[in-house]
Each structure stands twice: as C-alpha cells, then as structure tokens.
Design a protein around this ligand. Structure first.
Ligand SMILES: [Zn+2]
Ligand SMILES: [Zn+2]
Ligand SMILES: [Zn+2]
Length: 143
C-alpha cells in the first residue's frame, strides 16, 4: 500500500512546489484561477484542479493564508508570519498587509468567555482600497 502511494505523492510534490513558488512571487492575495493563468503562461502543464488542491494543502499546512473575498472567492497568499494574525487587503489589486489586532484578540476572548465558550477562534480580515488604487480611482473620476 505504502509502496503504491509513494510515486503518486512524489509526482504531486513538484507541482505543489511550483504552485508554492508562484504564490510566493505573487504581490498579494490571488485566486486559484489567476495563479493557474500564471503557471499556464510558463508552460508548466499544471491543471487548475491541481492548483486548487495544492493551494488547499499549503493552507492546511499553514504555509499559505487563505480567505474569502467579499464576493465569495477563495484567495491565497504565501504567508510571511506563522503566528495568528490578521490582514488588511486591497479589494482592487490584492495587496495585503499583515496586521496585529490586539483589541480584536481581547474582544474575541471576552465575548467567547461571556457565553461560556472556550477554544474560540476567529478570522478577521479588513477589505478596502489601498492608497494607490484610491489615487488611481480619483484620477479616473476627475478625467
Ligand atoms: Zn498572513
Ligand atoms: Zn490596491
Ligand atoms: Zn486575531
């Protein structure tokens, strides 16, 4: 059994590594589709389903951040900090900033405790327009 599984695991490894590299090169949060488009431009032959699987695997291992965009799309990013943290994300260009949210940590813990919950987790990400995109938008409006 183990002997039959090994070659398949190995074949998936280079694809996952390639997805990991492409993710690290991306400037901010990206969707599986846009990462797949990048890999297709490089003629890697990696299919969209493989990209989805690789990204889900990286996220499960804590090697990538994943979150839902406001329109329900899964977005991924190679994460530079390993501990618990939050993100400020530009919904236009995907640029992300990793942020501490001390007030949120405290609020989440006390809120959970006041309802008798333990082991509480939370996901808090802030979406907005970054300064560059806001400037570009204002320039378009003026013209
Ligand atoms: Zn992060
Ligand atoms: Zn932006
Ligand atoms: Zn938090």
């Amino acid at each position: 059994m183990a002997g039959r599984l090994a070659p398949m695991a190995q074949r998936n490894t280079w694809q996952r590594e390639r997805v990991r590299e492409a993710l690290a090169d991306a400037p901010g949060f990206v969707s599986a589709q846009s990462l797949h488009a990048t890999l297709r431009d490089e003629n890697t032959g990696i299919g969209l389903a493989t990209v989805y699987r690789a990204l889900a695997g990286l996220a499960a291992q804590g090697d990538a951040d994943s979150l839902q965009s406001p329109d329900g799309e899964s977005l991924y990013r190679a994460c530079t900090s390993s501990g618990h943290h939050h993100h400020l994300i530009c919904r236009s260009c995907g640029t992300a900033v990793e942020i501490e949210a001390t007030a949120v940590e405290q609020w989440a813990r006390t809120t959970a405790e006041s309802h008798g919950f333990t082991d509480a987790e939370h996901i808090v990400d802030i979406f907005g327009l970054c300064a560059n995109c806001a400037k570009a938008r204002d320039a378009r409006v003026e013209n």
